[in-house]
Each structure stands twice: as structure tokens, then as C-alpha cells.
Ligand binder design. Structure first.
Ligand code: NAD
Length: 367
């Protein structure tokens, strides 16, 4: 399996190194072969080539079976990269890559590890109950990609953004959601605003059509305002949450916030083949870069998602997730997690030690 790696900027190289360490261990334990190919994207590509992503790098990513990424960007107030025009800044590279690879489905799991429940900002009883959901967000349509303009009308400025969805765009993301639900607890909650928006009424109709092909998966609809409330009231009710671009942008941040730990959250962006881009949900953390203190777990869990969704290696993905859980249960914590648990029993761990510990547990977790 060919994996293109984008270490990126800031803590990116440190956390990708640890994810590769764990993948190498998986390869040894399960008898697979992963071929890694590194490309530059973001600030490091600007420094080397003057642009955040070269055409050669895109071609290399397209040749791979999946892309594993760290994070890109620098300090947005002080880095010279942010004095460049917007199309030449680090983030433009990521948008260009997503577009070139047609990555329309964004998957963000939000799981509360029992050992990290103290980090959950919700009521203790909610933390005790736990939650394990996955937000499936449409990533290339809707309001963020519709026509927009600002015009002058009757002596004042009027801004217009267009929210448009085609049946085909809704159908392909709904199919992804139902396919993923089959690998989980077989429940999809589709979130929309069908009491107001035409685009949501079409969304509902198409999702119901797709659901007919998945009689083993239950489907419910929920209005987005209610979903925002339910996420903080009773998050354990959610398995797969299927939603459009802007609702997904907001709800996925809310869902990640209630886990209380930014360094733990992986993500995947998929197209209609098995190809995917896998990256942590956090940024490049320039404030702690180069100190070997970043939490690599979100990137390691992104590698597990890559095994599950691009390579269909569920057992290997399970082994990584279980290894992470065991290491946390043993009390090891990178600095960002030191407040989650009983202080005196916790062992402060560096980024590279965390990678070693998780890789070291893979054999115990072989299933
Ligand atoms: P950030 O997520 O990088 O950092 C926010 C805070 O969380 C910081 O205090 C940081 O130290 C901490 N943090 C983040 N990840 C951590 C980890 N793995 N371990 C321990 N602590 C961690 O967000 P920001 O500071 O707003 O952005 C920094 C840069 O990252 C910006 O240039 C931004 O544009 C970029 N960014 C990139 C991506 C991406 O590559 N997909 C996503 C978000 C932000």
C-alpha cells in the first residue's frame, strides 16, 4: 500500500513520525508492506518552491492509495507566510489538494475515552455515560461553494451567498454515511433545516431514498438547532451524524469540544473511491513546535482511520485504537492531557515516548 506523507509545518513532522512508527509496527505484526513517499505542503513548500503546493506534489498524492498528513501553517500574526497574498499562503495548499482529489466527505469521530472523561466539560453524569459518534460532513458543496456577491441596492450594501445542492452531491455523501454506519452501530441521524430551507427538503428526500438500500441501518432526521442542543444534552444518542457543509463545520467543532481534548481527534476526507486524506483535527501548534511535547494520538488515530476506510484493514485499525486506550489506561499523558485524571498517578510523556508506547502495545492488541 502506497502512502503519501505530508509532514507539513509546526508540530507536523513530530506527530507524523510517531504515526509512521505505529504503522511500521502494524506492518511487522500483521505482515503488510507500506511504502511511504514524502511531499511538501504548506509553509515548508513556500520556503522551498515559493508556492504552498506544487503540481508535482499533487501528482505524487494522486498516485498513492492514501495520504497521511500532519498539519500545515504557522503563527498567523508573526509568520512571513501570512504576508503573502491569500492564494500563496499555507492553507491554500490544503484547499487545492482537497479540490484536486475531489474529497467531498469529511469524517470526524468524537469519542470520549473513559480514562479521559474528566476532560469532558459536560455534567459528570454525561461523561460517565460516554459517547462515540462520527460526524459525516459534506465538504465540497453548499453555502461555502455557491455564488456570492456584494451589491449596492437602494443606497446600501447587500451581501448574497447562495446555498445550492444537487441530488447527486447529496446521494454520494449519504451513501458514505450509510456505508460507515454499517461498520459502526448501524444508526444514521441526518441533520438539516427542512422546516425552512429547500436545500434541506431535497436533502431529506434524497437521504430517505438512499436509506431504502440499507434496511439494516436506522435513519432519523433532526433539525440542526435541535442537534446543537442534543449534542450537549445527550451526546450518547448519536452514532453517525450526516449533514451538509456549513452545519457540519459548526457541529463537528461542537462535538470535538465536548471530548475536551484537541490532541486526540482524528479526521478523514474521502472521495468516491477508497482513496482518502487522513489528518488530525488540530492545527500545527507553532507555540509548541520542535519541543517533542505535542500529543501524536490524533495523527496515530488518523492512521487507524486510513487502515479502516482506505485499506479495509479493520482488525489492524482496532489494534491501534485499543493500543491507544491501553497506554492511556496505564496513566501515560502528553502535557495537554495532564489535567485529565488523577494527577499523582499520571506519567508525563513526550511525543516520541507516546509513539513508542503505542507501537509497543500493538502486539498485545493483535486480534
Ligand atoms: P492549533 O490547533 O494549532 O493550536 C491550538 C492550541 O492547541 C495551541 O495551544 C496548541 O499548542 C494546542 N495543540 C494543538 N494540537 C496539539 C497537540 N497535538 N498536542 C498538544 N497541544 C496541541 O490552532 P491554531 O493555533 O489556531 O493554529 C495554528 C496554525 O495551524 C495556523 O497556521 C492554522 O491556520 C493552522 N491550522 C492548520 C490546520 C490543518 O493543517 N488542517 C487546521 C487548523 C489550523
Amino acid at each position: 500500500m502506497k502512502i503519501t506523507c505530508i509532514a507539513g509545518d509546526g508540530i507536523g513532522p513530530e506527530i507524523v513520525r510517531e504515526a509512521r512508527k505505529v504503522l511500521e509496527k502494524i506492518a511487522t505484526v500483521y505482515g503488510h508492506e507500506f511504502e511511504f513517499n514524502d511531499i511538501l505542503m504548506g509553509g515548508c513548500s513556500i520556503d522551498a518552491y515559493g508556492v504552498p503546493l506544487t503540481d508535482e506534489a499533487i501528482a505524487a498524492a494522486k498516485e498513492a492509495d492514501a495520504v497521511l498528513m500532519g498539519s500545515i501553517g504557522g503563527n498567523t500574526s508573526t509568520s512571513p507566510w501570512y504576508k503573502l497574498e491569500p492564494s500563496l499562503r499555507p492553507e491554500a495548499g490544503l484547499l487545492k489538494l482537497r479540490k484536486s482529489l475531489n474529497l467531498f466527505a469529511n469524517l470526524r469521530p468524537a469519542y470520549l475515552y473513559p480514562v479521559l472523561k474528566d476532560a469532558c466539560p459536560l455534567k459528570e453524569s454525561t461523561g460517565d455515560k460516554g459517547f462515540d459518534m462520527l460526524i459525516m460532513r459534506e465538504l465540497t458543496g453548499g453555502l461555502y461553494f455557491g455564488d456570492r456577491k456584494t451589491v449596492e441596492r437602494d443606497g446600501e450594501l447587500v451581501a448574497i451567498d447562495t446555498l445550492e445542492y444537487k441530488e447527486s452531491e447529496i446521494r454520494r455523501i449519504a451513501i458514505k454515511a450509510f456505508d460507515v454506519a454499517r461498520k459502526r452501530r448501524k444508526s444514521v441521524i441526518s441533520v438539516d433545516k427542512a422546516n425552512v430551507l429547500d436545500s434541506s427538503r431535497l436533502w431529506r428526500k434524497v437521504v430517505e431514498g438512499v436509506a431504502k438500500d440499507y434496511p439494516d441501518v436506522t435513519l432519523e432526521h433532526m433539525l440542526v438547532d435541535n442537534c446543537a442542543m442534543q449534542l450537549v444534552k445527550n451526546p450518547s444518542q448519536f452514532d453517525v451524524v450526516l449533514t451538509e457543509n456549513m452545519f457540519g463545520d459548526i457541529l463537528s467543532d461542537e462535538a470535538s469540544m465536548i471530548t475536551g481534548s484537541i490532541g486526540m481527534l482524528p479526521s478523514a476526507s474521502l472521495n468516491d473511491t477508497s482513496f482518502g486524506l487522513y489528518e488530525p483535527s488540530h492545527g500545527s501548534a507553532p507555540d509548541i513546535a520542535g519541543q517533542n511535547i505535542a500529543n501524536p494520538i490524533a495523527t496515530i488515530l488518523s492512521a487507524a482511520m486510513m487502515l479502516r476506510y482506505s485499506f479495509n484493514l479493520d482488525k489492524e485499525a482496532d489494534a491501534i485504537e485499543k493500543a491507544v486506550e491501553l497506554v492511556l489506561e496505564d496513566g501515560y499523558r502528553t502535557v495537554d492531557l495532564m489535567s485529565s485524571g488523577h494527577g499523582d498517578e499520571l506519567k508525563n510523556t513526550s511525543c516520541s515516548e507516546m509513539g513508542d508506547l503505542i507501537a509497543g502495545r500493538i502486539t498485545d492488541c493483535k486480534n
